[in-house]
Design a protein around this ligand. Structure first.
Ligand SMILES: *Cc1c(COP(=O)(O)O)cnc(C)c1O
Length: 420
């Protein structure tokens, strides 16, 4: 018996835990040669495929030079190169890069930057505005700004109060904008949002013009605008960053997941110069007091530098466009089915909801689907009754077709009441 307590896993249900030995492109292999097509990019991180040769080589080369060095008051070349390149590829107002280790910590850093900014300016602004159904991570601060529910109920007494703006459902966008306008008038510190698509909330998509208007409202009220691009960054939504599609420049931007191509943990929080300037002083009490032991680990930075080189040298956007087109075509074919509701598509992400007869049925639908997919060579992990496909950009047409035919077979089995 393994001693491991797995994340988001109910060990009491006794589900099998396949042991992966090797990864290659969109495929994961067990020791006995059994393989799975990774239809969710191993929880949205893998962009150029597993074990991308360039990223692996860059990490190997870095291990010959420097494994780790304290980052408080010290620096190293991979971090310098990465920061310079990030500033080069993002809009000019984003001028500073703060490193951390995960999406959740990049969000914690963003919140602390926002609070620190107002504090050092001597203004009493501490409230955070959030969007309904959002997900920003699993640490206490990140949970506080995310949707409340079964996932965080035991910790609710520790979560801080936020102002919640309704999700801009189709036809109801003005309600969202009015609510944001009203909330901004109360002088909150910041508004944090997942641009264009709410991931863990169920792949909920809203239009670019709404993102643009939300940003404009925040700007008009001097409310800091935090874009959590942890999932949407690095091409997922069809552009390098989701904000690009709306012509939006955030005050603070969180990046992780695909930052290293998905090979090794790393995150950054980018911010505009005034936020850095508010902390910049000869007064030590204005220091930005945040660090984790492995901040800007050199091997992780080397992987990220290589990821950015791949974006420069290779036709990444063309691959994304091809995958996006293929996803749209597969989704359109699947949408004919009577059980398929709300088919939606944004860049490389395709999703739909399964119409299930009742909620009791619905509650154990996801685990049964996950088991069916696993038994049929596909790694998918529906969010409740929402099935989504978000593969690495390097996936072959055959593997993508196999994912969708397996989904069609699962729907068929469900219809025949043969999905156990
Ligand atoms: C995954 C995710 C996070 C949390 O990132 P971790 O690396 O899992 O801590 C934060 N925000 C969004 C939008 C995410 O999708």
């Amino acid at each position: 018996m393994s001693a491991i307590w797995h994340p988001f896993t109910q060990h009491g249900l006794g589900e099998p835990t396949p042991k992966i030995e090797r990864g290659d492109g969109a495929r994961l292999y067990a020791a006995d040669g059994q393989s799975w097509i990774d239809g969710i990019s191993s929880w949205w991180v893998t962009t150029h495929g597993h074990n991308n040769p360039r990223i692996m080589a860059a990490m190997r080369a870095q291990t010959e030079r420097l494994d780790q060095v304290i980052f408080a008051g010290w620096t190293h070349e991979p971090a310098e190169d990465l920061a310079a390149e990030l500033i080069r590829i993002t809009p000019a107002p984003l001028s500073r890069v703060f490193f951390s280790d995960s999406g959740s910590t990049s969000v914690e850093v963003a919140l602390k930057m926002a609070l620190g900014y107002w504090h050092h300016l001597g203004e009493d602004r501490a409230q955070i505005l959030v969007m309904e159904h959002s997900y920003h991570g699993d640490t206490i601060g990140a949970m506080s700004v995310g949707e409340r529910g079964v996932f965080n109920r035991p910790y609710d007494p520790l979560l801080f109060d936020v102002g919640t703006i309704p999700f801009p459902h189709a036809g109801m966008e003005q309600m969202t904008l009015d609510a944001l306008e009203a909330a901004c008038a109360q002088k909150p510190a910041a508004f944090i949002v997942e641009p264009l698509i709410l991931g863990a909330g169920g792949m909920l998509i809203y239009p670019a013009w709404v993102l643009f208007e939300m940003r404009a409202i925040c700007a008009a009220h001097g409310v800091l605008f935090i874009a959590d691009e942890v999932m949407t960054g690095w091409g997922r939504t069809g552009t390098r960053f989701a904000c690009d599609q709306a012509g939006v420049i955030p005050d603070i931007m969180c990046l992780s997941k695909g930052l290293t191509g998905g090979a090794i943990p790393l995150a950054v929080t980018l911010c505009i110069e005034p936020i850095f300037a508010a902390h910049h002083s000869t007064d030590r009490s204005r220091t930005f007091y945040h660090s984790s032991s492995y901040t800007a680990n050199p091997i992780a930075c080397a992987a990220a530098v290589e990821n950015l080189a791949i974006w420069r040298d290779e036709p990444v956007m063309e691959r994304i466009q091809a995958l996006s087109d293929a996803q749209a075509a597969h989704l359109a074919m699947t949408s004919h089915h009577v059980m398929v509701e709300n088919p939606r598509h944004l860049g490389t992400i395709a999703a739909f909801d399964l119409a299930a007869p009742d909620t009791g049925y619905l509650s154990n639908l996801a685990p049964r689907l996950i088991a069916y997919f696993r038994e049929n060579g596909v790694l998918l992990r529906p969010l409740g009754n929402s099935i989504y496909v978000m593969p690495p950009y390097s996936i072959s047409a055959d593997d993508l077709a196999h994912i969708w035919s397996t989904i069609a077979a699962a729907i068929h089995a469900l219809e025949q009441d043969k999905l156990h």
